[in-house]
Every structure is written in structure tokens, then in C-alpha cells.
Design a protein around this ligand. Structure first.
Ligand code: ADP
Ligand code: ZN
Length: 737
């Protein structure tokens, strides 16, 4: 059902007027309410009665008159927060249409702060005190230790409870004895002002030209997206920070989106070096208190710069002038649960609505953005050379068919030699393998059984350091069995294939004197832990880094000389639409970590197929040639970005009903055909069961420029999906699993 389009101007309402309210609840229509004393306007956040409950919503427009006026209920309360701006309402509305997802779920994304209307004026914090507790307990000690480490710090009750793992009564007990002291702080503390006059690095001619281009777009108010392409280490960050500065100087706000939380800390250091203070941060590991502050300050134009994950795009900026999407090609900008949206594409949409510049930054742009640049839809600038004396690393293949590996080993002799020589020069090496855990498969040598997940169509991955088996689909873990779960044979279970942990074991054997560190998302304990370990690498306290894609992106490790890609063929096997593109991007990115300080780096790529076109393209380092070839292949296949894809995924606990709905949808394919959309499927998804739910997929395909959303919606509405079965529509899918 289509919900009324938001107006582009604010409409005021008097007491008693009827207005249409959109709530966060999964009721995908507007509900009429009466305006209370004091009046209101479109965009006001409100609390309204819905059945027996009170729910939060937004005044979307004038009432629709579908209810009897005498029975109409009144809005309970208009919340004391800045109303949603008309441009935000339009953005949510367009994003909902584009992604074929209910508007209320978009509103939920835009209000992801707890207790929106109840932000108190003051908040309580705890600071260090002088008292000694009458009796010391381990719990009390843990709390006091936190303050001992940071005597000037302030903590909320929640922070202390979480960090010291104690109950609130322990904190209270300590406060009663003045061992720690309660203090009040204003809630709405604005973020510190960035020092825009602080001198930055002197940009090179190439960088200046790029920065001037972006600043020109800002100055002229030209709100078209711009691709900032530049080799790793060319100074893209320096360039976009200069553009951010220009935007802030103009009094408007800036948003920088990063694909990984692991990159935030490093970037924040960059910002505070450049502008003297740390900006606002928004991602899932930020405390809910800081999130509320960030949300509120963004709305009041008292947060100049926000650094965040994809969900930061839904913050209520008062006057957003530039959105930077760093590593724009990264697939983690696509949200794969709940509302399926690509934050990069939605950033372009939001920028066009709020008259901002969307700046997409990458060394290896996505084919989508690249094609938009080539066709002139986006503007673009290129930084072809590394900054200063740094040169791009030398890239070499190691042919694993020629150079055999011993069974159970993955580091070839040539790679080992290169690592050895780096270590001798006092430099670092990075061994890259995009696989978490110790081994992807555990097999019984007696009966051949592979240990799988009971809930998913997936094998369990052995995580040796944490001593468990884990399903990478559902996260389920179990103890490592000593006998085969199938035949009961004792001591016959064997780990097959490598993960980063196993690679670390091998590296430890080979280079016993080197200091090793292993990086993967499951081994990091917290944001702080990641940050410390990244710093250890930059400071040269580590000789060999072993990691997944977590270390491949963005980081600046000045001492790193050698990169070893353990299995370049890994990503090419899946055969999905973007297998080649992703492999190219990932290996290019990880190789780009080498030689960033002036000594020439080297990246060795282990492969069984050195003649494979993608491997050859990686080795040649010619990204443009790669993208041209890949673009031709996609064009010929009518695949994105030259054609449009949308997926539909049905899932349910029993296969029978899922298949019945799928058959019915297949019979209604005519609805799509009328809109020049072809439908393929249904077919079992490549991962046919996840979390105990069977999954069946369709793929819809059309020419570019066909508006597919309305037809998809009609097609979806043409069947009644029984409760217990879920249907998701994924426009521009990234994952085909
Ligand atoms: P990219 O984002 O393209 O990988 P960075 O902006 O991180 O590149 O730059 C790479 C390195 O070069 C960083 O250490 C950065 O501080 C340095 N650098 C880049 N441009 C300049 C400049 N104009 N003056 C001084 N240092 C620079
Ligand atoms: Zn599972």
C-alpha cells in the first residue's frame, strides 16, 4: 500500500486538528489522531495510544479522515526533540520505495535511540573519590581498579556495571562510602568545535586538484555524486578531509561513513590530528548514552562531523552538506538483515534530497560507481600516484602447482623466504587468509562424516583458540567432540583446510623468533582491544600479522614490507556475480598495505591458476583494464550495473508451505513480465537452511532504467504469505546465498 508522500514544506496544526501519524510499529499505514493543546507540525515526534499501548511516531501530514471524528483519539504527547525535517521524511519515503520495504521500518531506522522523548536534562556520572571501603570485595576492587587506571574519567552507572561486571548495588555501596562520587552533568553536551583554522598537510598538486574539484561542487551547490578514486596511500583521506573542512567552514555538517568499526579509531586519530578534537561517533558499539547525544546533536546542528557505520545515514542532521563513503565498494555497506539497503546508494539518494555532495571514495571502486562515473552520472577525480616517496608494491604470483606445499602447510617456500628477508630488515609481514578459525571442516577419518550444524546447511568451523566448533551462519557453538558424532569412532576426527589460527600455528613453527599477532573479527575482544592491537602493529611491536579481511582494509602500517596472500583462489570459487570483482578488490586492498613508507613493498599471491584472468589483472595492477573487461562481461549478461537484479527470498521452518508459496509466486510471474521483468526460480538457496529455516530464492531481472519496485510490490501482494513464512525482497542484491 502506498502511503501519502510527505510534503516538502512544514505544515502547522492547531489543537483539535486531525493529523496522520506514522508509527514505528509494523502497521504499514497512517493513523489519524487529534492534535493536543499547544498545536504541532509535520515532523513532530509524538506518543500516541495504539490499542492498549503507547507508541512513538511522527506526524506525517494532515489527517486522512478515515475515522469517525468523534472516536478519534488524541496524541498523548509531543516529544521535546527537534521535529523530523521535511527532507528526512522525503528521504525515508524514497528509500522505502526503492528498497520495497515498509515505511514504518524506515522510521524505525531513523529513530534508533532509546527513550527518544525522555532525555533528561542532567545525567548522573561517577568520578573518583577519596574514601576507603569498610570492607573490600573482589567486585568493589574491580570498580576501583577502573578509576585507578583513569583517575580523571567519568563513568555512567551503566558503563561501570558493564565494565566491572558488578551489580548496581555494588556501585551504590561504594558511592555511599565516598569511594566514588556521584556528580551531575548536563545531558546535551555539544561536541567540541573542530578547529578549522589549524594548518593541515600541504597538499600535492595532484591532491589539490582533486580537493578543488570536490570543493567546487560544494561551492556551486552541484549536488551530484562524485567518485574519488586513488591508489592506496595516494592521500584520499587527506583530500576528503580538506573537502570536509570546506563544508564545515560553510556552516554545514559532514558525515563520514566507514565500512568497519575497526577502522574508526585510526580515523578518529586522523581527525583529531587534523582538527584538534575528536568528532561524534555513531556505530553499534557506541554506548546508548553517546548515541542519544549524537542523535540529538546532529539534529540541533551541534555535531559538525559524525563518523559512523552505515546506520549513521539515518541520523537527523539539521544541515548536511557532504557525505563521504570511504571504501565505497565494500560489501559491508549493504545491510543484509531487516531492511535490506545499501548505505552507499542511499547516501547518494539522501545527498540529492538534502542538497549535499555524496563523495564515494575507493582505490578499487565498485563497478556500479565506476559505470556511473564513465556515463557522466557521477563526476570523478583520480589520484594515480602514492604520496611522497612511497611506491606501489611489486606484485608476484606464486604458482602452487609448480611449488608444492607439504600436506597441512600453506606457506610456500618462496613466500617463507620473502618473509624471512623482511624480518631480517626489521620490517613486518602480513599473511592474509580470509577465513576465520582454525579449519573450515572437521572430518571423521573412520566414516567420512563432516561435522555440520544442526540448524543450518553448513559445516562447523573449528576454532582452536576458543576450543569450540562454530557455525558461521547462525553463530551456534558447541564443544569439540572427542568421538565422531556419526559413527562414534574415538580419536579419528581431523581438521581439514586452513583458517587464520592454523596459519598462525604454521608461521609460529617457521619463524619461532618472530612476534606474531592473529586478527579476525571473532578473536577481537572489544573495540578497545582492536585499537590497541592495531597500534601495536603500527608501532612495530609485531613482526608478522596474520589476519582476515579485517586487516586488509584501510590501515596504515608504515613498517609493513611483505604481504602474502595465502589463497587467492578462495573467493573465485563461489562463482557469484561479483566473485571476480571482490577478489580483485580484496587482494588489491591487502597488497596496498605493503610499502607505505618509502621502502618498496612486495605482495606475493599464492594461486593454483596464475593464468586466470582475474589473477592476471591483479598482478598487472591495471584496475581500469580489469573493470573494462568485467564491464563487458556484465553487459553481455545483462547483469548489474548494466541490468537490474532483485532477489526474493522465502523462508520457513517447514519446506512444504515454503514451496507452496513459491509455486504460487511463480504462477503470478505474469505481473512482473508485464513490467518487462523476467523471473527465475524458485530454487533452493545455495545455503538451503539457516537457523532451522528452509530458504528458497527467486531472481528478478530487467533492463536498466525499468522501475521494478512497483511491480515487485504488486507481485508480493498477489499472494497471501502465511504467518511463519517470511518473504524478503532484496533490490540490487549483493549476496546470492
Ligand atoms: P589513502 O587514504 O589514499 O590510503 P592517506 O590519506 O591515508 O591515503 O595517505 C597516506 C599517507 O600519506 C598517510 O600517512 C598520510 O598522512 C600521508 N600523506 C598523504 N598526503 C599527504 C600530504 N599532502 N602531506 C603529508 N602527508 C601526506
Ligand atoms: Zn548454524
Amino acid at each position: 500500500m502506498k502511503i501519502m508522500d510527505p510534503r516538502d514544506e512544514v505544515i502547522g496544526f492547531g489543537p483539535g486538528d486531525t493529523v496522520a501519524v506514522l508509527t514505528r510499529q509494523p502497521v504499514n499505514r497512517l493513523l489519524d489522531y487529534r492534535i493536543p493543546e499547544g498545536g504541532g507540525q509535520t515532523g513532530c515526534f509524538v506518543e500516541v495510544p495504539l490499542g492498549p499501548r503507547t507508541v512513538t511516531g511522527v506526524i506525517w501530514g494532515p489527517g486522512q479522515g478515515q475515522f469517525d471524528r468523534s472516536k478519534l483519539r488524541a496524541i498523548k504527547r509531543i516529544l521535546d526533540v527537534p521535529p523530523m525535517r521535511a527532507e528526512m521524511m522525503q528521504f525515508l519515503s524514497r528509500a522505502s520505495e526503492y528498497t520495497v520495504s515498509p515505511l514504518n521500518s524506515m522510521v524505525a531506522l531513523a529513530t534508533r535511540v532509546q527513550g527518544l522523548g525522555d532525555l533528561p536534562k542532567f545525567r548522573q556520572v561517577y568520578v573518583a573519590g577519596e574514601g576507603r571501603p569498610s570492607r573490600m570485595t573482589p567486585a568493589r576492587q574491580r570498580v576501583l581498579d577502573i578509576f585507578r587506571g583513569q583517575p580523571d574519567a567519568e563513568f555512567s552507572l551503566g558503563d561501570l556495571v558493564d565494565e566491572a561486571r558488578v551489580s548496581a548495588s555494588v556501585i551504590k555501596g561504594l558511592a555511599d562510602q565516598n569511594c566514588i562520587i556521584r556528580a551531575q552533568r548536563p545531558w546535551y553536551e555539544p561536541f567540541p568545535t573542530l578547529d578549522l583554522e589549524r594548518p593541515g598537510p600541504e597538499l600535492t598538486a595532484q591532491q589539490l586538484q582533486a580537493a578543488e574539484h570536490v570543493k567546487g561542487l560544494l561551492r556551486r551547490g552541484e549536488h551530484k555524486a562524485c567518485l574519488l578514486k586513488g591508489v592506496t596511500g595516494s592521500g584520499k583521506t587527506a583530500v576528503y578531509l580538506d573537502a570536509v573542512r570546506a563544508c564545515l567552514k560553510g556552516g554545514r555538517q559532514a558525515l563520514v561513513m566507514l565500512p568497519e568499526i575497526a577502522l574508526t579509531e585510526e580515523f578518529l586519530n586522523r581527525v583529531s590530528e587534523r582538527f584538534g578534537v575528536t568528532p561524534a561517533v555513531w556505530h553499534s558499539s557506541v554506548s546508548s548514552r553517546e548515541r542519544r547525544r549524537c542523535w540529538r546533536m546532529a539534529a540541533e546542528n551541534r555535531a559538525q562531523l559524525v563518523v559512523g557505520a552505515r546506520s549513521a545515514l539515518f541520523l537527523p542532521f539539521a544541515d548536511l552538506g557532504i557525505i563521504v563513503v570511504d571504501e565505497e565498494h565494500d560489501s559491508s555497506f549493504k545491510q543484509e538483515e531487516g531492511v535490506l539497503y545499501n548505505a552507499r546508494d542511499m547516501a547518494v539518494l539522501r545527498a540529492s534530497i538534502c542538497r549535499a555532495v555524496a563523495l564515494l571514495v575507493s582505490a578499487t571502486p565498485s563497478l556500479e560507481s565506476w559505470a556511473n562515473w564513465k556515463s557522466g552520472k557521477y563526476s570523478g577525480v583520480n589520484l594515480p600516484k602514492r604520496f611522497g616517496a612511497a611506491t606501489l608494491p611489486e606484485l608476484r604470483a606464486i604458482d602452487l602447482c609448480q611449488e608444492g606445499l607439504d600436506p597441512g602447510h600453506w606457506i610456500s617456500p618462496s613466500l617463507a623466504e620473502e618473509v624471512e628477508s623482511s624480518l631480517k630488515q626489521g620490517k613486518q609481514a602480513l599473511l592474509f587468509l580470509n577465513r576465520r578459525g582454525y579449519a573450515p571442516v572437521t572430518i571423521c577419518r573412520a566414516c567420512g562424516h563432516q561435522i555440520g550444524c544442526e540448524q543450518c546447511d553448513a559445516r562447523l568451523v573449528l576454532h582452536q583458540m576458543r576450543r569450540l566448533l562454530m557455525c558461521h551462519q547462525c553463530g551456534e557453538t558447541r564443544a569439540v567432540p572427542t568421538v565422531c558424532t556419526n559413527c562414534g569412532a574415538p580419536d579419528k576426527l581431523a581438521a581439514i583446510g586452513p583458517g587464520v589460527e592454523r596459519l598462525a600455528e604454521e608461521a609460529f613453527d617457521r619463524f619461532p623468533d618472530a612476534r606474531l599477532t592473529v586478527f579476525s573479527s571473532d578473536l577481537a575482544q572489544s573495540g578497545l582491544d582492536i585499537q590497541n592491537r592495531i597500534r601495536e602493529i603500527s608501532d612495530g611491536k609485531v613482526d608478522i600479522v596474520i589476519g582476515t579481511q579485517m586487516v586488509a582494509k584501510g590501515h596504515h602500517f608504515p613498517l609493513l614490507r611483505t604481504v602474502g596472500v595465502i589463497d587467492a583462489d578462495l573467493g573465485l570459487r563461489g562463482g557469484d556475480l561479483r566473485a571476480a570483482e571482490r577478489t580483485f578488490q580484496l587482494i588489491h586492498q591487502v597488497s596496498g598495505r605493503a610499502g607505505r613508507d618509502g621502502t618498496r613493498g612486495v605482495s606475493l599471491v599464492q594461486t593454483h591458476q596464475p593464468g586466470h584472468p582475474v589473477i592476471r589483472a591483479i598482478l598487472s595492477g591495471d584496475g581500469e583494464a580489469f573493470r573494462r573487461t568485467e564491464a563487458d562481461l556484465r553487459k553481455a549478461a545483462g547483469a548489474p550495473p548494466f541490468g537490474r537484479f532483485a532477489a526474493a527470498i522465502l523462508s520457513g521452518a517447514d519446506l512444504g508451505p515454503v514451496n507452496r508459496v513459491a509455486q504460487e509466486l511463480a504462477r503470478n510471474a505474469g505481473i512482473l513480465r508485464k513490467g518487462k521483468i523476467e523471473l527465475f526460480g524458485p530454487a533452493p538457496a545455495p545455503i538451503a537452511r539457516v537457523r532451522g529455516r528452509y530458504r528458497v530464492r527467486f531472481l528478478a531481472k530487467s533492463a536498466k532504467g525499468i522501475p521494478i519496485q512497483e511491480k515487485l510490490q504488486q507481485w508480493r501482494d498477489s499472494v497471501k504469505v502465511p504467518s511463519g513464512i517470511r518473504m524478503q525482497i532484496d533490490v540490487d542484491p549483493q549476496s546470492f546465498l
